[in-house]
Design a protein around this ligand. Structure first.
Ligand code: DX5
Ligand code: ZN
Length: 227
């Protein structure tokens, strides 16, 4: 039985009340805090640097999952590790030396993961499975919250699930399969059925007045998949 985790993206939170928004969503049942870093270079938007991560750290009893949409990656990955990140993921297009960047994140004591845009091939996984704790499949093009789920991501999730199961059956360990973009109560079951175990949701959760109602509804949908 797969463990399912819900990871609200604070990109859609009220930035003027970020600490409270983090603790509120954890009280509402979040498992992970998803933290979107955009640099106005790799993606056409600008969000939060390591100081924000350091600032919210005391407000989060949950792991902080830093999604780096930046180029270059290495210096920022190190800065986020220092700022209290638990998981750091990056896009292969952002790094000249993917294996080195993964090593650097692990050496800093964090879990490491690779992120796949809708048009990025999974072949980037071929030689680095041993260094991965997470694979993140984007179901939107990165840069903004509130976009619609791209349906062909489902096939990619299935393929990533096969790769993970094959690898862990042979070598042991655990690799989480996260999906990010357009995940909502009405499609989370489909995403889970395709093989995902970790679900990022920004606007679906922070766009509603009662976070617990949304997270409970998501868990009810996930329970249907588990049954
Ligand atoms: C998009 C970000 C996502 C985003 C998801 O580039 O990586 O994490 O916040 O937001 P929703 O759930 O609204 O699509
Ligand atoms: Zn993200």
């Amino acid at each position: 039985m797969r463990t399912f985790r819900i990871a609200p993206s604070i990109l859609s939170a009220d930035f003027a009340r970020l600490g409270q928004e983090v603790s509120d969503v954890i009280a509402a049942g979040a498992d992970i805090i998803h933290f979107d870093v955009m640099d106005n270079h790799y993606v056409p938007n600008l969000t939060m640097g390591p100081m924000f991560c350091e600032a919210i750290r005391p407000h989060s009893s949950a792991p902080i999952d830093v999604h780096l949409m930046v180029k270059p990656v290495d210096a920022l990955a190190a800065a986020f590790a220092k700022a209290g990140a638990d998981i750091i993921t990056f896009h292969p297009e952002g790094s000249e030396h993917i294996d080195r960047t993964l090593g650097l994140i692990k050496d800093a004591g964090c879990k490491a993961g690779l992120v796949f845009n809708p048009a990025t091939p999974l072949s980037y996984l071929d030689h680095v499975m041993d260094k991965l704790d997470m694979i993140l499949i984007m179901s939107v093009n990165p840069g903004f919250g509130g976009q619609s789920f791209i349906p062909h991501a489902l096939e990619k999730i299935r393929q990533a699930r096969l790769r993970i199961d094959e690898y862990t059956a042979k070598h042991g360990g655990e690799i989480w399969l996260e999906v990010d973009g357009g995940v909502k109560v009405d499609n989370i079951a489909q995403v889970a059925a395709a093989g995902a175990d970790t679900f990022v949701a920004g606007s679906a959760i922070y766009g509603q007045p009662d976070y617990k109602t949304v997270i409970d509804a998501m868990r009810a949908e996930l329970a249907r998949v588990q049954a």
